[in-house]
Design a protein around this ligand. Sequence first.
Ligand code: F6P
Length: 358
Amino acid sequence: MAKSKSKRIGIFTAGGDCPGLNAAIRGVAKAARRKYGIEVIGIYDGFQGLIENRWRALDWDDLSGILTIGGTMLRTSRTKPHAYQLPGGETIDMTAQAYENYRSLGLDCLVILGGGGTQRNALRLVEAGCNVITLPKTIDNDIAGTDVCFGYDTAVTIGTEAIDRLHSTADSHKRIMVLELMGNKSGWLALGAGVAGGADAILIPEIPFDIEVVADSIRDRDRQGKRFSIVAVAEGAEPRGGFADDEEYEHAGEGHHVGTRVGRRLEVLTELEARVTILGYVQRGGSPTPADRLLATKLGTASADLLAEGTYNVMVASRGEGWKALPLEDVAGERRTVPLDHAWVRAARLIGTSFGDE
Ligand code: F6P
């Protein structure tokens, strides 16, 4: 106990922001200070602030009133320590500088809140000599080892609400409505929002689609007298064989958004009017849902326990109602994709949702 009281840690957020980061910062810092007497300093702008030595001590006032606030009070960047960008655009490896600053700040550990790329970059700091604990955040929900990432539930909620709202305008105009959701190379976000919102077709990277199959399912609905169809498309979804060699898709280009391409092709194939919504960064903004606040608080406070006992170089994964510390090296570089037999996929198929594959 006496030993843990003298500890000093740094905390930062890296990669794309998401709702729940402030809740997690609050969980880490309040529990670390209150229960274990650990001094907490906040490092600004992710790995960039560590390299440039920009930080300040976090006191109680900093940690009040932030639970419900979106974004990150510590701000973030996509800077990678091994590929730090100089003003001219050239990149250099600043991992040694990051380690040097960690040492000169007298830190016992860095708590790093980030997504898949951040887990890899955090491991690089471990290899350079830093102690690290990471927390899994991302709206993409694609980090290996954890049941779920914070930020995901909020983004699914926003995506679901968008689908709910598209229903009434789709029905009024008798249209196909295509909604493109984020998610990077995984389909969790489109799948979650698609199932929760009752989308008629859900297209995800894990299940390459045939646009003719999607069009067939929409024609079927039209024949049944349904006035609209909603298609939820993950930004990483691709047709079988990819877009590259398909001239039809080339003509439907427009910024190369998969949503736009799918919408234009469906309009041609079904002769029904289609409209496209690219939901974009709305999915990353605003206040976290209660589920994300709970998750971020659970994982944040769990990391304080690990800091106190000196368990380092792990990611704090959510497991059921509890959590588990996983070796960072087992997690970094792994992507959690949607299993083809996932219960949500099966449930959606059973109620007639098309994934564009059968
Ligand atoms: O990883 C979160 C995410 O929002 C992805 O869904 C998306 O592909 C990407 O970040 C967008 O990145 P940026 O904020 O750099 O535009």
